[in-house]
Design a protein around this ligand. Sequence first.
Ligand code: ADP
Length: 274
Amino acid sequence: MLLLRGHYRLSEAVLVGWRRVRGLMIPVPVVTAAPAVQLVSLSKVYGSGPTAVTALDRVSIELAKGSFTAVMGPSGSGKSTLLHCAAGLDRPTSGSVVLGGIELSVLPEAARTRIRRERVGVVFQAYNLLASLTVEQNIGLPLRLADRRVDRAWLHQVVTAVGLADRLVDRPSQLSGGQQQRVAIARALVTRPDAVFADEPTGALDTGTGRQVLRLLRDLVDATGQTVLLVTHDPVAAAFADRVVFLADGRLAGSLDGPSPELIAERMAHLGAW
Ligand code: ADP
């Protein structure tokens, strides 16, 4: 007989099935892996009255654990708003964000900040490193803010993965743009987040360096099962993802699985982006 005991983490969906035991039907829990991130009917309206702007209109997306998803759409289609809401940096007007089984939207500000620090990694176009701190201190900052101890073994794994093991005592100004973005990615990974959200992470980099950063994100997904959401307007960047989700005027406008840059560009042209 199947016997499951103990507690189930919130992040695991517990379904109840039925099993016949000595002629009796008894309920049995069936544990399935919940998605890393669920965005459910997310809407965001800026302002009110006649000048209100609907930046997101009932968008639902699921990010499976260990998946790499790109969000594309014309300028103003709501990509950054989606990322900010998903990462807990902004509150949706309605709908919910469920992160590792925890519903963010209903949490008070302090709890949302804590969850964001501990369970979300964010990478921006502008790196946002602190110039006065070393590479190692920048990477460890989210742990210090969360009052958590540095797991040396994990830190070593992360800095090795991003190729910065020999630059730990340098300051950001001593690094190239690509290296600075690698520091930002390591900083996003150091808390072992449920998901990494990257907003145009290659926007300030030359093409070759940008590709290396995208390759790094791809490798992290493949090697460690990290879940990544990438916002980009570049079809080549989006083609690194497993799935590309399109937005137009704040609404979901379809998706493509494992597409080529050409197919993505074609879909974008249909959306009127170019
Ligand atoms: P994208 O990232 O696809 O370019 P955004 O999410 O930045 O799109 O913006 C979506 C829409 O919301 C746009 O019309 C934009 O002008 C509007 N918007 C974004 N942020 C704000 C804000 N803070 N206040 C008012 N309108 C905003």
